[in-house]
Design a protein around this ligand. Structure first.
Ligand code: PLP
Length: 405
């Protein structure tokens, strides 16, 4: 049996210590959130009853579907402070990032071939940039400071006359670190460079006023704010032209061909409305729980030689995210102990399948061993103080079993 398979079976083994508990605390909300029941309910009529193709405005069922999409587009636009015509629905943030980056660079081919991004970006930004690099673009991947923040001077210094695009995320998926979106937008506007912001982790979790932010292109994803998986959007500044990356029937103003999904789009709009409604209160509550987790961590008994480090920049962070490195323990053993007791991430869902230490934590100066022994806690709407205390108890036990020697 391959080690992978053994690991997989292990994950479904009965819980050793608390047989009465059916579920383990879910503290991986940066990877995905549960779809809100009210969202599921809002989507329900559009699967089998009002199922028509919204592009078929010529008959009544098609018009009903089209009106649902129009309404959802208006809701999303209002929530973000933009016009409905600026919203392009996509299959998620990965597609939105690809459309923004490849679509903009392809469109501006004659203007320049330099783009700028940051080492801690999501793979859905870094990989489109690397793809363009193979096609002959010059890509600058800026480093970050040890706290995960981009130094604005570094960005200023790298902009050149032929720079066409800057892509810097709003909030990091692995650490929760926030970048200074407004300052980056102001700099890009001054230098007449398009600015794309991957806001998949920020949208629904921070106040969103895109006119105030001043970004040119912004990506978001439904399943990161209690909406359905498989839907997202790219918001485009008026007047900015993108080369389409999906060619076909010309939906979404020709930017993104493919039959629109009314249930997913209605669900996205409903989820965004709900997320912005409780955003402030939820943020405060989860920040208090996050602080309880961090203080609890500091009160644990650390085996000799084991040390706790906080990844990121607490004053500039998502309220519901905590990333810590446990220096001096074996990362694989630590996660192996924890996975039956609490659902959390080793830093990135992508890095955990590839087995490579997180590129985000490495870019922040963590060693490969520290990155592997890092834990990302993503709290969410359903998280309780009991979940936090259960997670802490699990970590305490795991620490003893995972310490070297
Ligand atoms: C989740 C995530 C993505 C990918 O979004 P999908 O909708 O799952 O494709 C991109 N960027 C960031 C920062 C994310 O957190």
């Amino acid at each position: 049996m391959s080690p992978d398979l053994r690991l997989h079976r292990d994950m479904f083994a009965p819980l050793p210590t608390s047989p009465s508990r059916q579920t383990i605390p879910y503290l991986d909300h940066n990877a995905t959130t549960p779809c809100d029941p009210a969202v599921v309910e809002a989507m329900a009529p559009y699967w089998s009853q009002q199922f028509a193709n919204p592009s078929q405005r010529g008959h009544r069922p098609g018009l009903v579907a089209a009106m649902a999409v129009d309404q959802a587009r208006q809701t999303v636009a209002d929530a973000l402070g933009v016009a409905p015509s600026q919203v392009i629905f996509t299959s998620g943030a990965t597609e939105a990032n690809n459309l923004a980056i490849k679509g903009l660079c392809e469109q501006r081919l004659g203007h320049g071939r330099h783009l700028v991004t940051v080492a801690t970006e999501h793979a859905a930004v870094l990989e489109p940039c690397r793809y363009l690099e193979r096609l002959g673009f010059a890509v600058t991947v800026l480093p970050v400071r040890p706290d995960g923040r981009l130094a604005l001077e570094a960005l200023t210094a790298t902009l050149q006359p032929d720079t066409v695009l800057v892509s810097v995320m709003a909030a990091n998926n692995e650490t929760g670190v926030l970048q200074d979106v407004e300052a980056i937008a102001a700099l890009c506007r001054e230098r007449q460079v398009a600015y794309h912001c991957d806001a998949a982790q920020a949208c629904g979790h921070l106040p969103m006023d895109l006119t105030g932010w001043g970004v040119d292109l912004l990506s978001l994803s439904g399943h990161k704010f209690y909406g359905p998986k498989g839907v997202g959007a790219l918001v485009v500044r008026p007047g900015l032209v993108l080369a389409p990356q999906l060619h076909g029937g010309g939906q979404e103003g020709g930017h993104r061909s493919g039959t629109l999904s009314p249930p997913l789009i209605v669900g996205l709009a409903k989820a965004l409305t709900l997320a912005l409604q409780d955003q402030k209160e939820r943020g405060q509550r989860l920040q208090a729980l996050r602080d309880r987790l961090w203080h609890g961590f500091n009160g644990l008994q650390f085996p000799p030689g084991v040390e706790l480090l906080r990844n990121g920049c607490p004053p500039h962070s998502l309220p519901h995210t905590l990333s810590v490195a446990v220096r001096g323990v074996d990362g694989a053993r630590l996660h192996g102990q924890l996975r039956r007791r609490v659902a959390l991430s080793s830093g990135s869902s992508c890095s955990s399948t590839s087995g490579k230490p997180s590129h985000v934590l490495r870019a922040m100066g963590r060693s490969a061993a520290e990155a592997a022994a890092s834990l990302r806690f993503g709290l969410g709407r359903g998280t309780t103080a009991a979940d936090i205390d259960q997670a802490l108890a699990a970590v305490q036990e795991a620490l003893e079993l995972a310490a070297y020697g």
